[in-house]
Design a protein around this ligand. Structure first.
Ligand SMILES: Nc1ncnc2c1ncn2[C@@H]1O[C@H](COP(=O)(O)OP(=O)(O)OP(=O)(O)O)[C@@H](O)[C@H]1O
Ligand SMILES: [Mg+2]
Length: 365
């Protein structure tokens, strides 16, 4: 079924992601680290979970961690993250207990390490070394999927500790693959820093997969097929309207379909879907506003039609007061990095756009 409010867990429930699925598969076969990016509600978690589910069916061990859930008011619950990581690794390990018994006490980098050691003394490096050894013996790979990995930049020393771990895995642990996803695309790239000589991951090749919006025909087809699946005769005039309003962002389309399906009300469902989407977006914009009021000014300028740097500056100065070029430039960069804005070049002009139609509507409402 295509319509639901939760991320999908099975491939058959994913519409139009065959190519990306194949890319994941190929990267898994040959790659060491995979980056899966795309704006909010585009289906990253769904694709990832469907992929992991297939791996599980093939008895390939994998773990999934939502890094976003460890962020609290700008700080990262490192112990919570470590505990979850350890618990998931333990699960994998205990499944292989027979082999493990033989190596339950092994020496790695001079560390006497024991399975089931308490979490406060948990050494992620040593633990992963041990798991890698186990995978090697089993002749399989372990896939570690970190959803919304940009939050790991708050993990010890500006995220350096976790980057060191990723570099260690990349360089030494052949039976392990990390998949990182992120909706704050630029932030994630900056964090990983594979092109930054200061980053532990500098120079490492990373397979990148980007999820895009559906083009108009695909969005329409998604709704038509989704309605057919639940025995509802699609009504094209409503579907066209919904696609016009919600664009090719599958999360919104799926929510709309779900509301029609549960209420049986074509007339009101788009309004309802928009209301729900508004609520989600308002929450995100509020947390952005808490970081800086300026961000809202910049976004409003663009929502009301300013596109170039000078147009945006002019709009802000008329409505909110002076802003220096440097501040505006920093704000624009931060908004592009967190995927609230996209850049497009038209005839050598740099134009800023809001990729999410609902965010745009909330800003002008
Ligand atoms: N290919 C797809 N086919 C059908 N439904 C999908 C597809 N991809 C995502 N969805 C639906 O869209 C919604 C958003 O998907 P998902 O949570 O996977 O996106 P996301 O990019 O991880 O979002 P976020 O940035 O909020 O974490 C979910 O309700 C999910 O069921
Ligand atoms: Mg997600």
């Amino acid at each position: 079924m295509y319509f639901s409010l939760m991320p999908k867990k099975k491939r058959e429930n994913l519409y139009n992601r065959e190519r990306e699925f194949e890319e994941l598969e190929k990267s898994f076969e040959s790659g060491r680290q995979i980056l899966l990016t795309g704006i909010r509600r585009i289906g990253k978690t769904s694709l990832l979970q469907a992929f992991l589910n297939e791996l599980s069916e093939r008895k390939i061990p994998n773990i999934f961690i939502d890094c976003r859930s460890f962020e609290k008011a700008g700080s990262f619950d490192k112990n919570g993250f470590n505990s979850r990581f350890k618990a998931l690794l333990d699960k994998i390990l205990s499944k292989n207990l027979q082999i493990l018994k033989k190596i339950s006490k092994i020496s790695l980098y001079g560390i006497e390490f024991k399975f089931n050691s308490d979490v406060n003394r948990f050494d992620l490096f040593a633990y992963l070394d041990m798991v890698n050894e186990l995978m090697d013996r089993k002749g399989t790979k372990l896939v570690i999927a970190l959803d919304e990995a940009q939050f790991l930049r708050f993990y010890g020393r500006g995220g350096k500790e976790i980057l060191n771990l990723l570099a260690h895995v990349y360089d030494h642990l052949e039976n392990m693959i990390f998949i990182l996803t992120g909706s704050e695309i630029g932030v994630l790239y900056d964090f990983i820093g594979s092109e930054n000589p200061e980053s532990p991951l500098y120079g490492r090749y990373i397979n990148q997969i980007t999820l895009e919006r559906f083009p108009k025909e695909k969005s329409i087809d998604f709704l038509v097929k989704g309605f057919e699946q639940v025995g509802i005769k699609p009504k094209s005039e409503y579907i066209e309207k919904a696609v016009e309003s919600l664009d090719g962002i599958v999360g919104y389309l799926s929510m709309y379909g779900y509301i029609v399906q549960t209420t049986n009300e074509w007339q009101k469902s788009l309004e309802e879907a928009e209301k729900m989407a508004f609520k989600i977006v308002k929450k995100e914009l509020n947390s952005l506003k808490n970081r800086s009021e300026n961000y809202m000014h910049v976004l409003k300028a663009i929502a009301f039609g300013a596109e170039t740097f000078s147009q945006i500056k002019k709009y802000i100065e008329i409505h909110y007061g002076n802003i220096s070029d440097q501040t505006l430039s920093n704000n624009l960069n931060a908004l592009v990095n967190s995927s609230f804005l996209e850049v497009e070049y038209v005839q050598a002009k740099k134009l800023y756009r809001i990729p999410d139609p609902v965010i745009k509507k909330v800003l002008i409402s």
